[in-house]
Design a protein around this ligand. Sequence first.
Ligand code: ADP
Ligand code: MG
Length: 766
Amino acid sequence: MPALTEDSPLTKLLTKPDAAQLAKTKGLQSVGDLFEFAPRRYVRPGQLTDLSSLHVGEDVLVVAEVRKATTRPMRNRRGKMLTVVIGDDHGNELDVTFFSAFGHEKKLLPGVRGLFVGQIGAYGRRLQLTHPEYELLDDDEQGEATVEWYRTHRVPVYSTTGKLNSLKLRRLMHQALDSVDRVREPVPEDVRVARGLLDRAAALELVHRPSLDDKPSLGLDRLKYDEAFVLQTILAQRRKAAEAELATPRLPRPGGLLAAFDARLPFELTDGQREVGEVLAAELASERPMHRLLQGEVGSGKTVVALRAMLAAIDAGGQAALLAPTEVLAAQHHRSIGAMLGDLALGGMLGGADDGTTVALLTGSQGAAARRKALLAAASGEAGIVVGTHALIQKHVQFADLALVVVDEQHRFGVEQRDALREKGLRPPHVLVMTATPIPRTVAMTVFGDMETSTLRELPRGRSPITTHVVDADKPGWVDRTWQRVAEEVAKGHQAYVVCPRIGEVDDDDTTGTTGTTGTTGTTGTTGTGAATDTSDEDAGWDDWDDDEGASAGPGAGPERELTGVYAMLSTLQATAALDGVRLGVLHGQLDPDAKDATMRAFAAGEIDVLVATTVIEVGVDVPNASVMVVVDADRFGISQLHQLRGRVGRGAVPGLCLLMTRDPGERAIERLDQVAATTDGFELARADLLLRREGDVLGARQSGRASSVRHLRLGRLEDEQIIADAREDAFALVADDPGLRTHPALAAAVAMRLDEEQAAWLERG
Ligand code: ADP
Ligand code: MG
């Protein structure tokens, strides 16, 4: 066997096409990559199973003869399906099914004897083995040895690709394990000893070649620890680098803007808001740049906290930038900050407070004149606060003295975007990031692990709870009742959202495009130019984030069917007798910015009763008078997304009601909707969401633009939380002693490799 290292390409062990296949479908290029390819599960028969006594769910090892083999084309897919009947000497039989024949039909011919390993399932009332691992037993002695091996081992089952079935992958793995003399060991010995961790070589043996009574999970825990340890080392290094930067201390000014603002605040801050406020003030006043994540339940009042920090920055002579993910949200922030500040936002103007400042708005699609004005206000320092979308990040945007950057609803911003903004300060500005959803501890430690975090746990007093129900849209009575409820709320003077998963086509007959309607069933917001076509979030790039809407077809998304569009829903509502005289409006990302802004203003002012919208309203939109939300085709939305959405209602003293409409969604989707209906605890839901999603989505571009993915860790699992916490403690201690990892070359190499992977993944996403 040739001596290999973990850096050796898999072409050393495989044909070029097979290696290419593994690289393409599983991302495995090197022997080291292969080692990290953990089995999906293990089969542990332990003894030969008697065909006369089989149970569903049982792991079996069967030696039997092929009696019959049939191939037939599949109904819904390309390719052929193979069904084999195997039998023993006593007349017992079992079905074996391969959904893609893939050459098995040439081997499993009637009369051959074989060994089959797998888990018993059922099709209808017949028991069967689906895609079992099997080996043909021709030569007697060899055959006995094969059976003996299976009897004494736990059999790893790998996810297969092309011709590389689990057996081939297992053999490849054994070959690789036997050809590498020394496996990598990124975790220093003292850490390993202190944590009682296996060494990596032993862990790999346990994972890929366990004996019958070995516990592969122990080996997997070690791989998880490795992954967490490398990740945390990177985060610790980032944190260390950030600490070395010097910010301008922004000292509080008694009797300044902040004091004036506090004095006129119409409500009392919650204890949490006050405490976080103190932390932020202390950090602003320090030379160490703030790098803090503020998380809190939907409606917990993060904006006020951020605004107070911005005012403190202005008091100290600096400026603040507030970065929002969508134009709708940027415009709303601009509006609401202006409203909260009142005459404090009219700095330099007649009727403005002496102390006042101004708030500028900068977005990608505003007119040239407005834009120039905003750019000037930022560059001259006239604007104390500049609110904007990603347009703020562009090169030509300059600040006189940028003190604080607040990023609202972080989920859509990447680390690069944030860094670009940071570079606009004379010295690195302080950075405060607010997240839209509560973040489970695992994610806080990994995705946001280089930041300090604060959490607002309580909601302001007087908040009414949100009630959520799932509505079966196939039952006309339920649907009628839903619109009736909406009408009742409107009759009480409240407002409603109806959220649809797509925009759909404008039907000229139904939308007359009148603005500022009163009394009759008119529509607002369809006056824009681009309100014609359908959208999906596939083509949403950095340049059109406002179109980054629509349901992310979540896990277990139901069967393909036409999803309800905003305009179709509008027609439906216009034709619904219960809603006669109700003022309807439309909002989605493809409307032009003025139309969007006009519609949001009209809705906030109570001139629209029911807003039919896409998920543009998902984050941050704040209209306290809205009391009911109907989500159409709710099964198309993810758990966290639904929680975010319904956070738009029940924001004032009015109790909130959320109705999740769904047609024929399938079991898993119903489970998800029931979960959302059952609790309003965002932390719990975020964790449930994590459990359902694959890790790629968790850390992927949509969410954060940060770490590419996690391989072994499951961020939704409590068991893994402890592993991450341990690794974090160890990595931070190690980096504190040796920031450059000079005495830990193996770890340094693992870190470099991980960063390369992230870079590659980042580039690939474009
Ligand atoms: P989120 O944390 O979801 O961003 P917001 O900052 O939008 O929440 O606040 C939600 C609403 O609660 C806003 O209308 C805000 O003015 C109001 N609010 C914030 N803090 C308090 C408080 N301490 N008491 C009462 N209302 C508050
Ligand atoms: Mg908010």
